[in-house]
Design a protein around this ligand. Structure first.
Ligand SMILES: [Zn+2]
Length: 65
């Protein structure tokens, strides 16, 4: 019985060129984002969304130290 080596699951973000989808742009910095990001991050790219979250949490938490 041949032992099959475990297949490593490698997730690679591969964009197919064939899918023509509407383009989305970050509402803050204007860089191109994909639909996923647009929906997940409220119309922003990950970086700007992260920025906002940081600002908000800083606002809420005040100084933690
Ligand atoms: Zn952005």
């Amino acid at each position: 019985m041949p032992s099959e080596s475990l297949k490593k699951q490698k997730k690679k973000a591969k964009k197919s060129d064939e899918t023509e989808e509407a383009k989305y742009y970050c509402s803050v910095c204007g860089c191109e984002i994909d639909e996923d990001e647009f929906e997940s991050f409220d119309g922003m790219c990950w970086e700007c969304w992260d920025d906002q979250m940081t600002e908000e949490s800083e606002d809420m938490l005040g100084d933690v130290m």
